[in-house]
Design a protein around this ligand. Structure first.
Ligand code: ATP
Length: 284
């Protein structure tokens, strides 16, 4: 039997870091939502007790370092499943881009194997398992739009943001999330984005106020070390995107656009100097 799962990319409309915790993680406050740019996972049961990962993307690990492998191993061990699985990852989400592609693959693996093996695990339990794999995995298990706190694993679901177009552009550099957090100094922050304003904009369905409330404190680190990300932000703003922000720890930049008529100019303008540009919708 074969099953398929979609693993959509995540963006943060707001990302704030409050402080570094004793356990080494950062205490964060984020608004996360999904966009319609997704990896597609194909999962097929194997009678022999083995996990095999393949992908058309040449640049991700296919062994136990792959997050889909780790998710399959976790669910097998925890639920004592003696069968194996072959997982093919059709990668569409750029890797190490700040779009949680690996986390979403892990979440899709948990959902998929729960179905494939008829384990009957609740969504809540899948989220608990997901938290063992990474801070963003619980959110990727459920999708929707959430206020995430703690290290990102504590979720409070909120309304979806007003529907709009999302232009994503990734410069040809890879940014390590661990590296960005490593360089980040919460104490040096003088300004924090307003979570109150963002929550109010979303609950009122105000696109303009949502754009005005976008904020990501990690920009302070990434923009300083990678000037091409700043250049991308400025270009997107100049080309007419109404709200522009770096996603996660970067380097992907997203632009929110309310009018379809604006998209061609923004897309073509960015493609002039950036190869990876995607135009998608919010997944609401
Ligand atoms: P995050 O913001 O959650 O750190 P990201 O979008 O910046 O995620 P990913 O695309 O998840 O980054 O990849 C981060 C690293 O994880 C890469 O260096 C990659 O080698 C590794 N990795 C492991 N499994 C996967 C996977 N299934 N897909 C993509 N990358 C993976």
């Amino acid at each position: 039997m074969k099953i398929y799962e979609k693993a959509p990319a995540k963006i943060n409309l707001l990302l704030d870091v409050l402080h570094k915790r004793e356990d080494g993680f950062h205490e964060v406050e984020m608004i996360m939502t999904m966009v319609d740019l997704a990896d597609r996972l194909e999962m097929e049961e194997l009678q022999r007790d083995q996990i095999i990962i393949s992908s058309q993307a040449g640049y991700i690990p296919l062994d136990e370092k792959n997050l889909a492998f780790q998710a399959a191993k976790l669910i097998k061990d925890r639920y004592d499943v003696r069968k194996g699985v072959y997982i093919h990852l059709d990668k569409k989400i750029p890797v190490a881009a700040g779009l949680a592609g690996g986390s979403s693959d892990a979440a899709a693996t948990l959902r998929g194997l729960n179905r494939l093996w008829g384990l009957g695990i609740s969504n809540q339990e899948l989220c608990v398992l997901g938290a063992e794999l990474g801070s963003d995995v619980p959110f990727c298990v459920t999708g929707g739009t959430a206020l995430a706190t703690g290290r990102g694993e504590r979720l409070e679901y909120i309304e979806n943001p007003p529907q709009c177009w999302v232009v994503l552009a990734k410069p040809p550099i890879n940014v390590s999330t661990a590296d960005v957090y490593g360089r980040f100094k919460a104490a040096e922050l003088t300004e924090h984005p307003s979570m109150k304003d963002m929550l109010s904009a979303i609950s009122r369905g105000s696109f303009n106020d949502m754009c005005a409330s976008l904020g990501n404190v990690l920009e302070k680190v990434t923009l300083k070390h990678y000037p091409e990300v700043l250049q991308l932000k400025e270009s997107m703003q100049r080309l007419g995107a109404e709200g522009v922000l770096m996603s996660g720890s970067g380097p992907t930049v997203f632009g929110l656009v309310s009018k379809e008529a604006k998209l061609a100019r923004i897309y073509n303008g960015l493609r002039g100097f950036c190869k990876e540009v995607y135009v998608v919708r919010m997944l609401t």
